[in-house]
Design a protein around this ligand. Structure first.
Ligand code: URA
Length: 235
């Protein structure tokens, strides 16, 4: 008897609820559905890849610095493994990068790929970015307003998301953007510095190596220091 009484009150409750819903304004959401949609959002943790995608979405049509109106084809974001241990930072996209939308794919980029492979890694294992994400006209060095704007809006946020174990800055522009204007590449290369607790090692830019091939062995010495550092960090 108790069962059928419960059944009856349940169907009564149901019909009461149906007529209640029918009277509600358009867009009414039942309490349990709201809970169901809210719960996964709270539980979800963003992956590093998603973090980068979200960041880049905001800046696909960036107008924040003068480079936006100086002939760029597109914004060239960092690229590679978001969960990497090693991040390389260059100066800014050149002609090939501007056309294809990827960093370091021209001659200097091909040399960088060879260097990475000589370290027994693949290009897909590392993350590669630039101080400025838009090509400076005629490949000139980025102006301070351009470097400062872009590093604060993008580069430093990429570093925060990726949290690499080691950063390697390529050339003077990247080294100074990360470590400060008083750091000179000729003195600083091959030494470890720190940026927000992350070891940073400056080395020569691959474009400089194309003009001065004799310095390739110097850069190789610096890459060996990176490999040694990884060993220390994994003990
Ligand atoms: N030089 C750079 O600094 N970055 C690139 O992406 C290409 C060349």
């Amino acid at each position: 008897m108790a069962d059928s009484k419960d059944q009856k009150s349940l169907s009564q409750k149901l019909s009461d609820y149906v007529s209640f819903v029918a009277k509600q304004p358009k867009g009414f959401v039942y309490r349990e559905e709201r809970t169901k949609t809210a719960a996964p959002k709270q539980a979800a943790t963003k992956t590093k890849k998603q973090g980068l995608e979200e960041l880049f979405c905001k800046y696909v049509d960036c107008q924040a610095c003068p480079l936006a109106t100086q002939g760029r084809t597109q914004v060239v974001f960092g690229n590679g493994n978001a969960s990497t241990r090693l991040m390389f930072i260059g100066e800014g996209p050149g002609k090939d990068e501007d056309e294809q939308g990827l960093p370091f794919i021209g001659r200097a980029g091909q040399l960088l790929t060879k260097i990475i492979e000589a370290m027994d890694m693949k290009r897909e294992d590392v993350y590669i970015s630039n101080v400025v994400k838009c090509r400076p006209p005629g490949n000139r060095v980025p102006l301070p307003i351009e470097s400062n704007t872009c590093k604060n809006l993008l580069l430093f946020k990429e570093i925060d998301i990726i949290k690499p174990q080691i950063i390697c800055t390529l050339g003077a522009t990247a080294t100074q953007a990360v470590l400060g204007d008083d750091v000179k590449i000729t003195k600083a290369r091959g030494m470890f510095f720190s940026f927000k607790g992350i070891p940073v090692i400056p080395t020569y830019h691959p474009a400089y190596l194309l003009r001065n091939p004799a310095e390739k062995k110097t850069v190789w010495e610096d890459m060996k220091k990176i490999m040694e550092k990884f060993k220390e960090l994994s003990v």
